[in-house]
Design a protein around this ligand. Structure first.
Ligand code: FAD
Length: 340
């Protein structure tokens, strides 16, 4: 069990900036995200698109905004936990207990939900009872690439994830079979060329215009059945399957936490962005109140205000004093700023 001043659900831009606002008040935080990296929508949906409405930053991209936010919170040595979803919140006297899908547990007086439009969830292949393979050899992300060492790995998909992992895992796998439903790949041209070179060397087999029909096996997939657009079917022996069919956004477990919802958003007050539960806050795209704008800058403001209430709950015996970052030696110490 990890004890912390705050747990932040979601490592999107708003969750990351909340780490900063907590950090300058001397509070530590653990951030949990279902994705394998920070940045939320900015990284997953539009990493290269220019953003023009971040104050004092005339132009940046989803990627550069995320990198700068990560740089800004570096002094606080925050723990970021990826590839896991926050599943359960339970009351524990004045604290909350948070449990993730990886069974990690946190005890905290403050939960900040910065979950955007919900967690990014993998789109699954249209195979009946597919869940029975998810505990064994069907994966939607690579958490530990050593799992694929000396294996015959079947990779489904035609985007960057499918092609990047085809190239990367070909270094350790026995064989990679890359299957895509179209003839053309959507991934970066350079990676597509690398995969095609590996095909010539016999390290990768590429099958295009094929779709999955069935995964065979009891608890583990040992054979897959695929169908070509022309009707031909093929059976292939595999040791494991990686499916990269893109992501969808789902509110998921947040809907079951007993919090007041309005059209899939969490209702908050605008004094400290607390929900109907003491110590549970919602900021960024997930929250709603009269006049709410789903913009990154609104989420930054919401994070600053909710951090003050988090301080009061995490340090009930200390007096909260408002300070500017320019002139507070405490804040400078926390940021590692050296004053002459
Ligand atoms: P998100 O960025 O959605 O991040 C939420 C994170 O929480 C996700 O990573 C998700 O996986 C995670 N999560 C959710 N539930 C759970 C759970 N139970 N457990 C673990 N993790 C969970 N805004 C602007 O201000 N300017 C723009 O120019 C702009 N352009 C945009 C262009 C596009 C194409 C899109 C789609 C959006 C744009 N936006 C823009 C909106 C902006 O991206 C969002 O307002 C912003 O991303 C919201 O940030 P957030 O941190 O609240 O949520």
């Amino acid at each position: 069990m990890i004890k912390t001043d705050a747990v932040i659900v979601g490592a999107g831009p708003v969750g990351l900036f909340a780490v900063f606002e907590l950090g300058i008040l001397g509070l530590n935080a653990h951030v949990i995200d279902n994705l394998d990296k920070a940045g939320g929508q900015c990284i997953e949906l539009y990493p290269d698109k220019p953003i023009y409405d971040i104050p004092a930053v005339p132009e940046c991209t989803g990627e550069s905004l995320t990198q700068n936010l990560l740089k800004q919170i570096k002094p606080f040595k925050t723990n970021l936990h990826f590839n896991q979803r926050v599943e359960k919140l339970e009351k524990d006297n004045d604290n909350w207990l948070v449990t993730t899908s990886d069974k990690h547990k946190f005890q905290t007086p403050n939960i900040i939900i910065a979950a955007g439009v919900g967690s990014f969830e993998p789109r699954k292949p249209p195979i009946k009872n597919i869940e029975r393979f998810e505990k064994t050899n069907l994966f939607y992300a690579v958490k530990d690439k050593n799992k694929f060492k000396d294996q015959t790995v079947c990779i489904f998909g035609g985007g960057d994830s499918a092609l990047d992992w085809t190239v990367e895992l070909s270094k350790i796998a026995k064989k990679i079979i890359l299957i895509h439903r179209r003839d053309e790949f959507r991934a970066a041209q350079h990676t597509v060329s690398l995969a095609k070179d590996l095909e010539k060397k016999g390290k990768v087999e590429i099958l295009t215009s094929y779709q999955p029909l069935d995964f065979k096996g009891d608890k583990e997939i040992n054979q897959i059945l695929i169908k070509h657009d022309n009707g031909d079917q093929k059976e292939l022996k595999v040791d494991c399957v990686l499916a990269f069919f893109g992501l969808k956004m789902e509110l998921g477990p947040i809907a079951n936490w007993g919090l007041d919802l309005e059209s899939k958003s969490l209702k908050v007050n605008t004094i400290n962005f607390e929900t109907n539960e003491k110590g549970i806050f919602a900021i960024g795209d997930i929250c709603t109140y009269p006049g709410k704008l789903k913009l990154i800058l609104s989420g930054f403001h919401e994070g600053a205000l909710c951090a003050q209430e988090c301080f009061k709950r995490a340090r009930p015996d200390e007096k909260y004093v408002f300070r500017f970052t320019t002139s507070s030696s405490d804040i400078h110490k926390r940021l590692g700023v050296k004053n002459d």
